[in-house]
Design a protein around this ligand. Structure first.
Ligand code: FCB
Length: 442
């Protein structure tokens, strides 16, 4: 007898996500400008194995074939990002018509295949010319971003309803400007905090610009949430958990939803706190039509220390603990403590040691288990009252995993980078069944 089905509500969005720099390639094709990620990858020593996104999955040329794969999977939505320097090579000024045409064809192809486009305007590839100006720590970049957002909405707003301003401003600011692990590779906490503030301001300005052109647009932002948890009742552990929340999640959520930075974290940053001008926080706190949550894993603390590995837990190839119940707890906390708009899981998935077997197939049972566990936990969170509208698996295709290069495979679809051949992994076939049944086996 078939397992009973844990059903999702009708109209629940089942998608997959990608990002421009990670899949497109065509790094200097047809008038595209250089991005800070092009520059970073072309700098020796920055990326594992010297890999770059120059070609990646060559989605710039395989776009229509990739849409056909999405259709085969039965996805109802696709989350992708626009490369700002592909459409505005220097970040401001002259426009690249070939770049705009590419996204135009992508959106038309998606709609023809019955997929809803969810557009992310910024997934980390700032035009290098604006990097030269000072990048996100420079306040003028906010206005340029809003102009670029307006350009995209003018071009695609008649067909695209869901607009996301930023993907993971926390990662952009802190890994790029404080930890040096991402472009532009700086290590300066004060600059990182100023960058974070400007990313949020740019979000506010862009939200206004989008709505001025397309009042029916649904405007959101995507935040990464890698919560720190404890399973003790020790006050010391509770304090660590709360501090981590404020510095990593609240630092972005509170300005967006409450028009203030978490007061204790702000104080703790002391002289590194960002320079905030009157009116900035009101600008940031624009109404959100939805919030995107990217969730992969959690940190666990006990007796004041990070526990790693957590006894009994499995880890993905990113060395991230697999612990799906943390996603349910996270969603419930968001719902309980904030006036939260409808939510989407905009990224969730696992890197596995995928190989093409002698049978020509890619068997990835661990990814199937990972996804099943997380689908189940969000379904339980919905029973707890969380208003979750959809789920985007990271990622549609194996792709360029930032500083890890091509060494981590997150795709539902395997990519042979030497031939650009795509192969459905077992998880892709399994996901297609979940979508077709609108539910997971219990
Ligand atoms: C997220 C990024 C995404 C991908 C996954 C694994 O932080 O948004 O581009 O790299 O991690």
């Amino acid at each position: 007898m078939a397992d009973p089905i844990l059903a999702f509500p009708e109209g629940f969005v089942w998608g997959a996500a990608t990002a421009a720099y990670q899949i497109e390639g065509g790094w200097n094709a047809e008038g595209k400008g250089e991005s800070i990620w092009d520059r970073f990858c072309h700098t020796p020593g920055k990326i594992h194995n010297g890999d770059t996104g120059d070609v990646a999955c060559d989605h710039y040329h395989y776009c229509q074939a990739d849409i056909a794969l999405m259709r085969q999977l039965g996805l109802t939505a696709y989350r992708f990002s626009v490369s700002w320097p592909r459409v505005v090579p220097n970040g401001c000024g002259a426009i690249n018509p070939a770049g705009l045409d590419f996204y135009d064809r992508l959106v038309d192809g998606l709609l023809a295949a019955n997929l809803q486009p969810f557009v992310t305007l910024y997934h980390w590839d700032l035009p290098q010319a604006l990097g030269d100006l000072g990048g996100w720590p420079h306040r003028d970049v906010c206005g340029y971003f809003a102009d670029y957002a307006a350009l995209m909405v003018r071009r695609l707003g008649d067909r695209v309803r869901h607009w996301t301003t930023f993907n993971e401003p926390h990662v952009s600011a802190f890994l790029g400007y404080r930890d040096g692990q991402h472009a532009p590779g700086l290590q300066d906490e004060k600059l990182a905090l100023q960058a974070a503030h400007h990313l949020l301001m740019a979000h506010g300005l862009a939200a206004q610009a989008i709505r001025a052109i397309a009042p029916q647009a649904q405007v959101g932002i995507v935040l990464d949430m890698f919560p720190t948890e404890t399973d003790t009742d020790l006050p010391e552990d509770r304090t660590i958990v709360e501090r981590a929340w404020q510095k990593e999640i609240g630092w972005f959520l509170d300005p967006l939803l409450r028009a203030c930075y978490p007061p204790e974290a702000l104080q703790a940053y002391g002289p590194h706190a960002p320079h905030i001008q009157p009116g900035d926080l009101a600008l940031i706190a624009q109404r959100l039509d939805f919030l995107g949550v990217n969730f992969y894993s959690r940190n666990l603390v006990r007796n004041g220390n990070l526990v790693k590995p957590v006894p009994g837990s499995e880890y993905t190839e990113m060395d991230w603990e697999i612990h799906a119940p943390a996603l349910r707890r996270l969603l419930v906390r968001l719902q309980r403590e904030y006036s939260i708009p409808p939510l989407y899981i905009t990224e969730n998935g696992a890197a596995c040691p995928d190989k093409v077997g002698p049978d020509g197939c890619v068997h990835d049972p661990r990814r199937i288990n990972y996804l099943r566990d997380h689908f189940t936990q969000v379904r339980l969170a919905m029973d707890d009252g969380v208003d979750l509208r959809g789920y985007f698996v990271w990622s549609l295709l194996d792709n360029f995993e930032w500083s890890y290069g091509y060494s981590k495979r997150f795709g539902l679809i395997y990519v042979d980078y030497s031939t650009q051949r795509r192969i459905f992994k077992d998880s892709a076939r399994w996901y297609a069944q979940v979508i077709a049944r609108n539910g997971v086996e219990d």
